[in-house]
Design a protein around this ligand. Structure first.
Ligand SMILES: [Zn+2]
Length: 236
């Protein structure tokens, strides 16, 4: 049981979305496990927090901003052993056209139907969105602050607070919404996720294919569903 908890925590650490988050969460992780699993922690610290650090999710590594970054990242990755196979570096950059795979549409459509309250902030060339995760329907300014400033003081707080708000950035140019970025685990694997697609649906940037709207098995189909419901899916 205890070992299961440890593995679960390593999985959570792996989801750290930046160097800064990884460093801070690592410290919290060590503090939590140091006494109970001192031998393992000593090994882990040496091998996976010092020698080979490239095994966590890091948006900077996926979309390097300059060629220099790309080269240095490639070198780092080449030199490092990883826990799992990483996606080829900069893959997204070389994709002329990002696509939405069929499996993302239904989950995006379901997410839109939850009608969560999303906080949006317009920046110079892009729009930032803060999306409540899990069962939450809305988020407070304080919760956004906690997420942005990494205000978690134990590893358990990191697990609870670092993943309850998703952060999506969409280009200001609505035609380029497919280049949006998100900090959720699915995005790190597919460069696309239900939050990006869901926001694009809500903002009327795109329309889901009719098949995505099929009601999942287990729910009752209702005839003559008013088209009012459809309109409510869209932001304002
Ligand atoms: Zn996402």
């Amino acid at each position: 049981m205890e070992q299961g908890d440890l593995i679960e925590d390593i999985d959570a650490l792996q989801l750290a979305q930046s160097e800064q988050i990884f460093t801070k969460a690592s410290n919290r992780f060590i503090r939590k496990w140091n006494r109970k699993e001192s031998t393992f922690i000593e090994y882990f610290q040496k091998e996976w927090l010092t020698s080979h650090r490239g095994w966590y999710e890091d948006i900077q590594q996926l979309t390097p901003s300059t060629n220099n970054d790309l080269e240095s990242n490639n070198k780092v990755i080449k030199d490092e052993n990883t826990f799992r196979e990483r996606l080829p570096l900069g893959l997204k950059q070389f994709h002329d056209e990002q696509t939405v795979t069929l499996d993302i549409w239904p989950s995006s459509y379901q997410w839109v139907k939850l009608d969560k309250s999303v906080v949006s902030i317009e920046l110079e060339n892009e729009i930032e969105f803060y999306i409540p995760g899990g069962q939450q329907l809305s988020i407070s300014k304080n919760e956004i602050d906690v997420m942005k400033k990494l205000k978690w003081y134990s590893f358990d707080q990191y697990k609870a607070k670092a993943f309850n708000i998703w952060h999506v950035i969409l280009p200001m140019d609505s035609a380029k919404w497919l280049n949006g970025q998100c900090n959720c685990p699915v995005y790190f694997k597919k460069f696309m996720c239900k939050y990006i697609v869901g926001l694009a649906i809500r903002l009327n940037y795109c329309k889901p294919p009719p098949a995505a709207k099929n009601i999942p098995i287990g729910e009752k189909r209702r005839r003559d569903r008013p088209s009012k419901a459809k309109k409510a899916l869209l932001i304002q």
